[in-house]
Design a protein around this ligand. Structure first.
Ligand SMILES: [Zn+2]
Length: 135
């Protein structure tokens, strides 16, 4: 259960951050999701809500807001950087790349020098982006 482990990690981070910011109660947690992150958002949202409903009063009932980080690539040859949406790919391939980011290397080339040797510099991972609460 990948999503449940991620939800627990996000909440543990939120609690630590709340202590550091001297918050008595957290009211809102902003979670950033990479566009290429393999995650079932519905399960993840459900897991967060479920865990937050049972947590200690510091975070109990906090609202969760999701934000998406767009995917960004950098060519290892010419160092050109580009975003996912500038690529002209069919929706089928786009779906596949969203699901398995490694597939990108099969279908995509650097728009400037056409090298297939590039890295994903944004759009992966799940992390805590912001906290709101009462002091
Ligand atoms: Zn290049």
């Amino acid at each position: 259960m990948h999503e449940w482990a991620l939800a627990e990690a996000v909440i543990a981070t939120a609690k630590r951050a709340a202590h550091e910011q001297n918050l008595r109660r957290v009211t809102e947690i902003t979670v950033k999701l990479g566009e290429l992150q393999q995650i079932e958002r519905e399960i993840f949202a459900f897991a967060l809500e479920h865990i937050l409903g049972q947590e200690d009063p510091l975070v109990r009932g906090a609202k969760v807001v999701f934000e998406t980080e767009r995917a960004q690539f950098r060519c290892r040859v010419c160092h050109f950087e580009w975003a996912f949406e500038t690529e002209n790919l069919s929706s089928e391939i786009t779906e596949a790349i969203h699901f398995i980011p490694e597939i990108a290397h099969t279908y995509m080339r650097c728009p400037r020098c056409h090298s297939p040797d590039f890295e994903v510099i944004a759009g992966r991972g799940v992390w805590l982006a912001a906290l709101k609460g009462e002091e």
